[in-house]
Design a protein around this ligand. Structure first.
Ligand code: HEC
Ligand code: HEC
Length: 238
């Protein structure tokens, strides 16, 4: 058995347990709720999002994802499809998380069997992505200790200095087609991804196009950029 399948197995098992005990915010009981069921029946993408267990980690309607996992509501449709496939193909693993496993190992374990068979079809991924892209983005998370406005201002300056806008648009709210929205995403998630792209631990998709800009960013710069981006309210801008 390769280490990857071992990880996948382990996480598959964890996930089954996690879904069974319904972690915070994951409405395992939601399916039994007639209101949720009726709404879900209307959109096949939403139904699949529940059935394929995405909700357990990414939260109701792609908002309020658990831990430092990304929110998906209002993300670019094409980008969602490509990332799901890259994670299933183990092309996007990222640096290890606090459990020592690749950041995407849990998701891969949920969507690919131990012997490498997909538990979801390309068409199902597309339907979920189309539905998620239509969802209103999550409002910015409220940090436990308010972020110093000077940090946000400093992050905004760096965003201009490093020319992030070329691809992610003004304030991270108007990316090129197929590129990710980065405004209003969780601070910790943003830091992890910027660091992984800078350190070439995330090289899937078009991540390499960003490398020449982010390679100049120090850890402190990345933290400021994240404070700025996480503070932006996409619900207000839409
Ligand atoms: C066991 C938890 C888990 C499950 C189940 C799960 N994901 Fe994920 N997902 C994650 C984590 C963690 C990441 C971030 C990985 C990283 O940091 O590289 C992620 C990343 C993503 C991304 C990339 C987001 C971005 O901004 O780059 C997309 C899209 C995504 N998941 C969609 C889905 C869909 C659709 C499903 C269901 C078919 C699903 N996920 C199921 C945990 C999960
Ligand atoms: C030349 C285009 C380009 C530039 C400039 C650029 N990026 Fe990116 N960025 C991308 C692409 C493309 C991705 C998605 C990579 C992929 O396909 O997997 C990405 C991904 C990201 C992500 C992860 C998003 C997620 O949901 O996982 C963050 C955060 C990010 N960029 C921040 C920045 C910041 C901050 C800057 C400026 C320092 C910047 N980017 C400059 C193209 C760019």
């Amino acid at each position: 058995m390769t280490p990857m399948t071992k990880t996948a197995l382990l996480f598959g098992a964890c996930l089954t347990a996690a879904v069974a005990v319904a972690p915070a915010g994951a409405p395992a009981g939601g399916l039994a709720d007639p209101g949720v069921q009726v709404a879900a029946n209307r959109d096949p993408g939403k139904r699949l999002y529940l059935r394929k267990t995405c909700i357990a980690c990414h939260g109701k309607d792609g908002k309020g994802a658990m831990l430092a996992y990304p929110n998906l509501a209002g993300q670019d449709e094409k980008y969602i499809v490509e990332q799901v496939k890259d994670i299933m193909d183990a092309k996007r693993t990222g640096s290890p998380d606090e459990t020592g496993n690749p950041r995407s190992a849990g998701m891969r374990g949920a969507l690919v069997t131990a012997d490498g068979q997909p538990r979801i079809t390309d068409d199902e991924i597309k339907q979920i992505a189309a539905w998620l892209a239509k969802m209103e983005p999550a409002p910015p998370a409220k940090p436990e200790t308010p972020v110093d406005p000077q940090r946000v201002a400093a992050g905004e300056k760096l965003y201009t200095k490093f020319k992030c806008r070329t691809c992610h648009g003004k304030d991270g709210t108007k990316p090129l087609k197929g590129y990710p929205y980065i405004a209003g995403q969780k601070t910790e998630y943003l830091i992890a991804q910027m660091t992984d792209i800078r350190d070439k631990k995330r090289t899937n998709g078009k991540a390499k196009t960003m490398y020449p800009m982010i390679k100049k960013a120090k850890d402190d710069d990345i933290a400021l950029l994240a404070d700025f981006l996480a503070s932006i309210d996409r619900t207000a801008k839409n």
